[in-house]
Design a protein around this ligand. Structure first.
Ligand code: E4P
Length: 244
């Protein structure tokens, strides 16, 4: 299972790269804003390119800002030129619930890496996977990445963590059963270390984790106390050894 950093903060990304805990990054305009990106789309472009360079060859996802098929296609074609490890996030439907698979299918056939996002059901995820696979099979310009993002946290808020677990696990089983290679599940909206612990066992290919959640994952109930005890004991033991 890979770990993506759900952030546009360069320092945080560098920190986890140095630990071997960053195999990709996911962003959206809200995340960019929180991470101090300024200057509208030019600012987002600049930051995305910086992240893409920093983590290459790992992917960074950048999100389109429209739910209209034509505008999505236009923006995605533009964003995909920023770097060849940029994946374009497109929501599974528009705000009315109308499918955006026409844009997703078309862009994938053009060789553009798409991250189908904001999904909360099994059906959405398998339909997205089917559209991505059809496009990948039908084109000579195979995209570098094709992701399906299931928002665990948002499922949990409505239907509990168990339901989120079942949805993610069933989608993974379905992908394997039908040998849908090249399509990877990202679990998004991870809110807590408990979410990490639970959803890491679904078989999802990737968990995208915000830095503040990842930081808490290093902590264990008695670890700090144990380290202090080891250090104190080691000092005592070394002193005694020197005296012998
Ligand atoms: C994932 O790709 C998204 O960036 C992120 O996890 C969104 O989660 P949220 O909007 O539910 O917090």
């Amino acid at each position: 299972m890979k770990i993506f950093i759900d952030s546009a903060d360069l320092e945080e990304i560098k920190k986890y790269l140095k630990m071997g805990l960053c195999q990709g990054v996911t962003t959206n305009p809200t995340i960019c804003l929180k991470c101090g990106v300024k200057g509208g789309i030019e600012g987002v472009k600049k930051r995305t390119i910086e992240i893409a360079d920093l983590i290459y060859p790992y992917p960074v996802s950048a999100e389109v800002t429209s739910d209209k098929v034509e505008e999505i296609i236009k923006q995605a074609r533009e964003y995909s030129k920023w770097a060849d490890n940029v994946a374009i996030k497109v929501t599974i439907t528009d705000r009315e619930g109308k499918s955006l698979l026409p844009a997703i299918y078309q862009l994938t056939k053009e060789g553009i890496s798409i991250n189908v996002t904001a999904m909360t059901t099994f059906n959405q995820a398998i339909l997205a996977a089917r559209a991505l696979k059809s496009a990948r099979d039908e084109t000579r310009r195979k995209p570098r990445y094709s992701f399906i993002s299931i928002f665990g946290g948002r499922i949990s808020e409505e239907q509990g963590v168990e339901r989120a677990f079942k949805v993610i696990k069933s989608v993974r089983e379905w992908l394997d059963l039908h040998k849908f290679e090249g399509i990877e599940i990202i679990v998004g909206s991870v809110r807590s270390p408990e979410n990490v612990e639970y959803w890491a066992r679904t078989g999802a290919h990737i968990l995208t984790i915000p830095p503040h959640v990842l930081l808490k994952c290093f902590l264990g109930a008695r670890t700090k106390e144990t380290v202090l005890q080891f250090l104190t004991d080691a000092q005592k033991a070394m002193k005694e050894l020197e005296e012998k």
